[in-house]
Design a protein around this ligand. Structure first.
Ligand code: FMN
Length: 732
């Protein structure tokens, strides 16, 4: 089954039920607090779990003139009905060990009654109950389709709980919270559905029929005291739902004992069991469903239900946010596919690639060109086409996005009747092992078609980088002789809240390779961790530059290489202590120091050491850390030398391995990894984590080496460890 079937089912189910689901969740959250408030009442006696009926009944009989009924509720509060020593009618919670009164039951508060009625039937009686039941069933289907989507997203059941790549807020937390609240939501949905079916008598016999007793056969001898009745001795109070006491001393009146799973009648003189009837399965399931659906009896479960109901509200919001974003990016065409000279085909799962495609589309239309934009799955014969532009994302294990799955088959089926120049742009992320794989596949496929001729080489765009996209746009413009300038809209940094940071130190460039360290302090306390990015705006315009942060002594430290004419590095280089800048801290949670790893290997080259300096400085728990770094020459290490030595002495850093590429043995960091191959694979085998930060070229080398080490020594591809959160990367 394809991802789209699950996605559309998930969406259709959510759309059809969201109003009732919102109502049910809000009322569900409120109702979850009823068992919580009840549990907090002081009506539960200590050690009630250890008492038997044989111990309790004589005590109660002594203290009260007449007992009518004793019941034990889900909170293990023991309630007694009867008359007291003065002959006054009484209904009270009692201490079953002493018979003393602990309190008087009060009816459910009007507020909870009102909310319960709304939750159960929307004040619409049977019709309302039907709709509420249907909503619970739809919730079950939504949960199943959502689970399938997560399995597909995570690329398999086994990776269900592995790290989630963060795309955007709504999407990330939709999946994160979806996984966390999966079980409670399935329980809510299943139990709610069952209770509705039971209510409409659709689950079999759900009533308890009392047995008929042969009164003529009742024996009066041998007479025993209740404390000596075997059945009372063997029945724990907490297993009792209720016990109805005999109406008179006559042998024809008997005890009716309702346990959790069966009902017994007991001769009041001899203690003989007169009848024993297990409850029908439907009754037991109804009681279990009530326990699970309401949280009665368990404070913790009631709180879990409240949180899960809150999550359902968040899913409604985030689900619609995701859909809105997707729809907002869909194409609107002025010309038809058959009359257009420029065909733009898009492969996109979450819509962002459409934004880029639309920009190209608009530029072509503005220049009076007949251009047509559509999904890759809508590929067909384009009789007037001269140019084919394919912009596509990659998903899954280097696979096509949903709206591009049929493209390969369609290309084989519909050759173009005329020659067409094509160009492919891949959108992807280096966070995935198969970077832009689907775009490469499309490029290869087109290259094989007799009618297709490339206009420019394939280009890739990492993390929607406007700069990388504009490189393609320039190349294509030149070859097609048609300018498509990248609009400021696309490059504009979205409006966000900025932080004011004050420079506290700047080493300026002292080294031949131009590296310097700059430190800053925020004006307000911010949640920032080593590995996050600092986004700066050197020219106070849309141009944003990102730097990896190391947090040392509550300050943000950046390690920067000064590039001649570099916008960001030049700006930072000129800053002096006391100066303040406007910047933004961007969370990069997938590159934080792993809290639970037994060992961490850090691999860096050049300024990629920056986040690791912060992580080492904060490694107070002394997790074994092995730092592998590559520099050009010894002097490049100079500014970090003292800090690294001190960290080693303080056991925050276990080992330091350095490769110099322009001195001595002229090694790269990858050579050190080959040297320490056994150690590295051992670390991966014992669930250690490898972190890589630095240049993309170094990342590529290191990944190639790790992949062959992992394949040869561990029998897994390196992507296996990445998927298990054991390989974290932040390269640029
Ligand atoms: C679940 C998931 C899987 C992804 N898999 C890959 C991949 O294998 N290779 C890749 O280069 N990018 C991968 N990406 C990144 C997307 O291709 C990238 O973010 C792209 O810009 C999204 O475009 P869209 O918003 O148009 O769908 C993946 C993203 C997600 C959320």
């Amino acid at each position: 089954m394809t991802i789209s079937v699950w996605r559309y089912s998930h969406l259709a189910l959510a759309v059809s039920s969201f109003l009732l689901l919102t109502l049910a969740s809000v009322t569900g959250i409120i109702l979850a607090f009823e068992p919580v408030s009840q549990k907090l009442q002081p009506y539960r006696a200590d050690n009630v779990g250890q008492l038997t009926l044989a111990q309790t009944l004589p005590v109660l009989k002594k203290g009260y003139e007449e007992l009518t009924e004793l019941s034990v509720d889900a909170n293990q509060f023991v309630q007694l009905r009867g008359t007291d020593a003065n002959g006054k009618n009484l209904t009270a919670y009692v201490d079953p060990r002493t018979g003393s009164i602990l309190g008087t039951p009060t009816p459910q508060s009007e507020f909870f009654q009102w909310v319960t009625a709304l939750h159960r039937s929307l004040f619409l009686h049977e019709a309302g109950r039907f709709f509420v039941g249907l909503t619970a069933f739809l919730l079950l289907l939504i949960t199943v389709s959502g689970t399938m989507l997560i399995i597909q997203r995570q690329r398999g059941v086994k990776r269900f709980f592995t790290r989630i790549v963060r795309d955007n807020f709504a999407q990330y937390y939709h999946v994160v919270l979806g996984r966390l609240s999966l079980i409670p939501i399935i329980v809510i949905a299943l139990s709610g559905t069952y209770l509705s079916l039971a209510r409409f008598n659709l689950v079999g016999e759900a009533t308890i029929v009392s047995p008929t007793i042969d009164l003529d056969a009742l024996q009066s001898k041998p007479e025993r005291k209740p404390a000596d009745f075997a059945v009372f001795q063997n029945t724990r109070l907490v297993d009792v739902q209720s016990i109805e006491f005999p109406f008179s001393d006559d042998v024809e009146d008997y005890y009716t004992l309702k346990l959790k799973d069966r009902e017994l009648t007991i001769n009041q003189l001899t203690g003989e069991i007169l009848s024993e009837k297990p409850y029908p399965t439907a009754v037991l399931l109804t009681s279990l469903s009530l326990d699970l659906h309401t949280g009665r009896g368990s404070l913790i479960w009631a709180l879990i239900l409240a949180v899960a109901s809150g999550n359902i509200l968040f899913f409604i919001y985030s689900g619609f946010a995701i859909t809105w974003k997707r729809l907002a990016n869909r194409a609107k065409n002025k010309y038809t596919a058959t009359e257009s000279r420029f065909i733009i085909l898009v492969g996109s799962e979450n819509g962002s690639t459409f934004r880029f495609a639309q920009l190209v589309h608009q530029h072509l239309l503005k220049q009076g060109k007949k251009a047509y934009l559509t999904d890759l799955n809508n590929y067909g014969v384009f009789p007037e086409a001269e140019h084919l532009l394919v912009l596509t994302a990659t998903y899954g294990l280097g696979e096509a996005p949903t709206n591009a799955r049929r493209f390969a088959a369609l290309v084989e089926k519909y050759p173009q009747p005329q020659s067409v120049r094509y160009s492919v742009v891949g959108f992807g992320s280096h966070a995935y092992p198969d970077f832009c794989q689907f775009a490469f596949d499309v490029n290869q496929l087109l290259a094989k078609q007799a009618w297709a001729a490339p206009l420019v080489d394939i280009h890739t765009v990492n993390d929607r980088s406007p700069e990388e996209f504009s490189l393609w746009a320039d190349a294509w413009s030149q070859q097609a002789n048609l300018p498509i300038p990248i609009s400021a809209d696309l490059l504009q940094a979205p409006k966000r809240r900025f932080d004011k940071l004050t420079v506290t130190g700047n080493t300026r460039t002292a080294l031949p390779d131009g590296t310097f360290l700059i430190r800053m302090r925020g004006s307000r306390r911010r949640n920032v961790a080593s590995g996050d990015w600092l986004a700066i705006y050197p020219a106070n315009d849309h141009r944003e530059r990102l730097y990896s942060i190391g947090v040392l002594e509550n300050e943000l430290q950046l390690s920067v290489r000064l590039h001649p004419g570099g916008l960001g590095s030049g700006f930072l280089h000129e800053l002096t202590p006391g100066e303040a800048i406007r910047a933004r801290i961007v969370s990069n949670a997938s590159f934080h120091f792993p809290k639970k790893a037994p060992v961490v290997i850090m691999i860096a080259n050049g300024t990629g050491i920056a986040p690791f300096l912060g992580m080492i400085s904060q490694n107070r728990q002394q997790t074994p850390c092995h730092l592998y770094c590559g520099f050009r020459q010894r002097t490049s290490l100079a500014m970090y030398g003292d800090f690294l030595e001190e960290s080693r002495a303080a056991k925050k850093l276990t080992n330091l391995h350095i490769a110099y590429s322009r001195e001595g043995d002229k090694q790269y960091v990858s050579d050190l990894l080959i040297r320490d191959a056994d150690f590295i694979t051992n670390v991966l085998m014992m669930n250690g984590v490898v972190m890589i930060c630095g240049s993309l070229a170094m990342q590529k080398d290191v990944l190639d080496i790790l992949d062959s080490l992992c394949q040869n020594k561990l029998g897994n591809a390196v992507s296996y460890y990445q998927a298990h959160g054991q390989l974290l990367m932040d390269c640029y």
